[in-house]
Design a protein. Sequence first.
Lengths: 456, 294, 299
Amino acid sequence: MSNLTRRSLLTTAAAGGLAMGLAACSPAQKENENPGGDPSSSTSGGNAVTGKVTVRLWDEQVQKAYDESFAALADKNPGLEVTTVLVPWADYFTKLRTDVGSGTGDDIFMMNSSYLEPYVTNELVMPIGDDFADLRDGWIEPAIEQYTTDEVLYGVPQLSDGGIGVYYNEELLANAGITSDEVDQLNWGGDSDTYIELAQRLTQDADGNWGDESAFNGSKPAIWGSSAAQDLQGIYYNFLGSAGGDFQDADGRFTFATPEGETAFGYLVDLINKYQVAPAASNTNDNGDFVRDQFLQGKVAMFQSGIYNLKNVADGAKFKWGIAHIPAGTAGRVSVVNNVIVCGNAATKNEAATIEVLRWLGSDEGASYIGKSGAALPAVTGAQQSFSDFWGEQSIDPSIFAEQGREKSIGAPSGANYGAAVAAFKPHFDEMFLGRTPVAEALAAGQEAANKAIED
Amino acid sequence: MTSPDPRPDRSLPVPPAWERARRRLPSTIVVYVVLLAGALLTLAPFVLSLMTALKTTGQFASTPALSLPNPVTGDNFARLFAEHGFTSPIAVTAQVVAVVLVGQLFFSILAAFAFARLEFIGRDVVFWIYLATMMVPQVVTVIPLYVMFTEIGLRNTFWALILPFMFGSPYAVFLLREYFRGIPEDLVAAARIDGASTWQILWLIIVPLSRPIIATLTVITVVTHWNNFMWPLIITTGPDWQVITVATAALQGQYNANWTLVMAATTLAMAPLLILFAAFQRTIVNSISLTGFK
Amino acid sequence: MTRTRRSGSPSRSRDAPAAWLFLAPSLAGVTAFLVLPILVVIWLSLNKWDLLAPMTFVGVDNWIDVLTTPTLGHSMLITVTFVVMVIPMQTALGLLMALLLSRGLPGSGLLRVIYVIPWVCAPLALGVVWKWIFAPYGGALNAVLGGNVEWLSNPDLALPVVAAVSIWSQVGYVTLFFVAGLAGIPPQITEAAAIDGAGPWQSLWRVQLPLLGPTLFFVLVTGVISSFQAFDQIYALTPNGGPQGATDVIATRIYFQAFGGAFDIGRASVMAIVLFIVLIIVTVLQQRFFAKRVVYDLS
């Protein structure tokens, strides 16, 4: 419809007594009607940069930290007005794609490596170039490596997940007569397996039978020893890596249908369906937070996850808890290490202000708010102390995550169509975790579907 | 089918059936059992979800699903407004419904009047096009509409939520036209002789006589657009123009094991229409069946 | 539809300017938001677009791809199965409830109101409520039954369960139409049948049902068309097409193909057009079937 037609229709509408609706307002709209800001400002540089910048992210905890950080930025630079927009994880990457694709994306958005590539290929994110030369040395090296393609970096490192660890419920351990050292020293798989037995001793059914007793009825669970589930970052990448396997090869093709893959996934499926020491996959396949919520309600003894849940656990757990190492497989303790960056929208209407805000987020001071709030470990080295300080005051030592982050790791998800690949292999994984398709068969079918999806 | 009767007889054939029912008491009991079972099945999900919404997370986790909330807490509702910004979706949805309702009624009445009461070349062809577009499913138009709204830069705006609906719907035009045609021509002719203009005839004679069908369309439009989901889901992003259904779906996606909070959200999403329904149930129930008479 | 020129109707020339003025806004809306999209969707079906890269013209590639891979066929089969599960059941139940209500027992008016409540509520919200009821852990149904059934993640159960929710939310609505239809049957006719010795069943099949023909037609046509497009509830109950794609009906498939993960506007457009064509065929067939049936039964 042409502009002309539209205007004449509106005139008709107004004449018809419809003017009431035309000034509709959304209470959620924080006066950021013009996210691009004043175009005249985009030519100026340095500290005098002004304008409005919007930042999109998926994490509520990080959003609170960012709001404080941007308030501090506004004190230094009153011309800059930065607002944050939260889009929940479940919709984040589908909505980001439609928004950025239609040229209406926020100026800055948080990004995970599995989804970056198509944005790079289509030149939709800013290269992090000379404007950031003075800050670059302050960013952790693994994050820079993870997001560099053809020697160009495509975002400012923000959050470092480090490696994965195991949150445990001390009260449940005590009830079962198990010490935290035992949890810290577990092996899984092969002849030296200690994980299953320990998980069984921690699992209890509704009638009070323990998981290693013959009367145990796993279909009426009360407490689960293990958090095994179809959780990419928290669970299955780590088990696969610890078995000596890989999820993708160097070219991004999927390579999980291997003997190592069968060992790792077979083990997880057995924990859920054979030993019933972890929640049924029908609860967890489509619900990434089920296990965390059950852990917080005191129904899971060992919750294997990352630093991204530290604040949730610290705020939500009403019981004594601690952090242990992940169980070691035949290849040792191999974890997935992931970092998160913020990207600048190449189509931003206010490039200077966007760069200015990105520079602030990449600076020691700007990134320190993330650490100060304890929300996540900053990927800016000079800001990491604030994180340790925050948790030190609460007598919590999250060093296991950083420690695990320095160990051997399994390659994090990457590739042009990772999202499509996930959509392709997930139905097969769903069936596998539910125990309905044999592991080898599901892995082979999932791998084939995933590789077909990335070729499209 | 026959032309519409402006005053459809909606009374039930009471006396003979009642007499017979009294004579056959056992069968009456069976009838009641079936009818009450239906009512129970209909109401149970609403009662259960409200009960859950009034429980604390602790109680939900520790007691059976069917236990009564004890203590009753408004905490989940308070959290929806305080932490999850549910004020905005309600306000946005209410505005969308208001604008679409007024626009759709106004423009549909105009168009239906033209089809029903005015003579012009091409009338039948245009009306045929209207009838044909009634067959176009929403699933088919959302993709091209998404592309069109993106191209003109109206993605994620209030305009995007109202424009596709506010100029009237073919269905409304169709129902109104049928009704207008049933209004006796004599009334119109008499008004013309008295010097009334076409505009006056429409608003002073036709519209007042068409109150039942306009009430029907009001009900259908309010219900449809308060509950609309697919188009807002596709065309909006983030909190600014989120409508209540999209906000509920997003909350469910994000806090999907937190059923007390999610049930509070579904209760909120349904409450306004349920209250309206309770207030105007007779009109509404009669309205729905009126659409069956074409 | 019969066209009779009414006496006293003003001449064409006087009406025309006003008529087009009255029609203009609505016609513009219908053209822009219902007719134009049909042309646009056909054009989109000939292009490849992933929302990010520029659109490229690919001719009939999308058509060939969609029609030669099993995805669309699978979704169509699921959709037809869904419709077959829903429509006969909801129509029969609606008719049964209407017949019972028509006995005019005290309280019938209130019950009629209660049955319609689900129609007023957002299908999306109802879907979420039922998702909780069916939740394997903490859900109401398993609590009542004392079992541990995985209603929505079992590929054999998911579609029937989704269909049951759909039936639940529409029976009341269907009932209303039948109540209205039954009220429109003159009592003399049923009484005459009874005098002729017809039992309740005979009266129902021979007298009431044929006279309910128009109502039945309306209920079936609107029911089939809306069930073919069912989206909100299914989206809420089983995201991502359900276990093994058991509830991957055509509407959720199109949504996923375009916006929910695959980001393939071209193929999604092909599927949308195919759905449109199928709906037209179904409607025409229904119309034909009823045109014959109603005449036959009344003869």
